[in-house]
Design a protein around this ligand. Structure first.
Ligand SMILES: [Zn+2]
Ligand SMILES: [Zn+2]
Length: 145
């Protein structure tokens, strides 16, 4: 069985990831932390099992920012160009790679997370979660569009 392998890199190219298989889920994240990190109204997220994400090049250039201590979100960025590279979520064993940086990935979001924190409403009929999908450790509580 040959699994597809894609690459992802920061804007200067010094850090490169290899991503095996397909993302578990793709989603829009509206949380304030993602917005602050990216400087964008929404985060186009692709979530992968952490073991499927490998730093192929530039591991020594990755810096980590944690807004809070603990096992929430470990945001990693390239020290040379400042580009966001990935977010580790140790609590559920997932790694989030900004979908726009993954080569040859067609972004097909399945849901919206942290929708109450939105600054940009997206009325696309997809499920809107108060936090996140219950399969991935969220409460599963839904909110209106
Ligand atoms: Zn870089
Ligand atoms: Zn977020």
């Amino acid at each position: 069985m040959n699994e597809i392998i894609r690459t992802s890199s920061c804007i200067c190219g010094a850090v490169q990831l290899s991503l095996t298989g397909e993302p578990v889920v793709m989603a829009y994240c509206h949380c304030e932390s993602c917005r602050g990190w990216l400087g964008a109204p929404v985060h186009a997220s692709s979530l992968w099992p952490a073991r499927n994400v490998r730093v192929q090049r530039g591991a020594d250039l990755l810096e980590t920012f944690k807004r809070t201590e603990g096992s929430g979100s470990h945001r990693k960025f390239c020290r040379l160009c400042g580009a966001p590279v990935l977010i580790d979520h140790p609590a559920n064993g997932m790694t989030d790679v900004p979908a726009g940086s993954v080569a040859e990935l067609v972004f097909k979001p399945r849901l919206h997370s942290h929708y109450p924190e939105r600054v940009l409403a997206i009325r696309d009929g997809l499920p809107k979660y108060k936090d996140f999908d219950p399969d991935l450790g969220g409460t599963g509580e839904m909110v209106p569009e």
